[in-house]
Design a binder for this molecule. Structure first.
Ligand code: HEC
Length: 137
């Protein structure tokens, strides 16, 4: 096998790694990291695994349909809007407002900056369910 002499050996330090090979490895690592972080997360948990009661579970469906494109519920990472993980567990939201029902209701109903207003887009029942779910995050 005469061709084998063309393979650079890098571990013993006598041969330099080929720049092209290094670039390829770097590119593959980059893609792997990008793919891994894009799917961000564990598999989706069921309502039961999350311990949601029926109202909270319906709120989760409202969230998935209306909020999930812009907000992560179980990751601290921001999406198009801030993460809502632990929304009511800390004293303030990322925007500096107190994290309470009144302020959160205002944001959902009136919208804020690039977030659309949901006035007239949710029934009272959907809104109540959604709030119940947000309190579980
Ligand atoms: C089109 C994207 C989009 C959708 C859909 C959306 N939001 Fe937002 N949301 C945002 C953005 C952007 C902000 C940040 C606004 C700002 O600049 O203060 C935000 C801010 C918030 C905040 C304040 C968070 C903080 O920590 O400052 C809450 C609470 C919130 N959204 C809840 C919701 C809920 C609940 C829904 C679903 C009913 C929803 N959002 C739907 C984009 C969205």
């Amino acid at each position: 096998m005469p061709a084998s002499t063309n393979h650079p050996r890098t571990l013993d330090g006598t041969l330099k790694p080929k720049p092209l090979r290094f670039a390829l490895v770097a590119a593959i690592s980059f893609i792997a990291i990008a793919v891994l972080s894009a799917c961000d997360a564990e598999p989706r948990k069921t309502d039961a695994e999350l311990g949601l009661n029926p109202q909270q579970a319906s709120g989760r469906r409202v969230y998935d349909a209306r909020c999930g494109d812009c907000h992560y519920a179980y990751s601290k990472r921001n999406l198009r809007g801030p993460s809502l993980n632990g929304l009511f567990k800390k004293p303030f939201m990322q925007n500096g407002m107190p994290a309470n029902d009144e302020r959160v209701t205002d944001i959902i109903i009136l919208g804020r900056a690039k977030m659309p207003a949901f006035q007239n887009k949710l029934t009272q029942q959907q809104f109540d369910d959604l709030m119940a779910y947000l309190h579980t995050l």
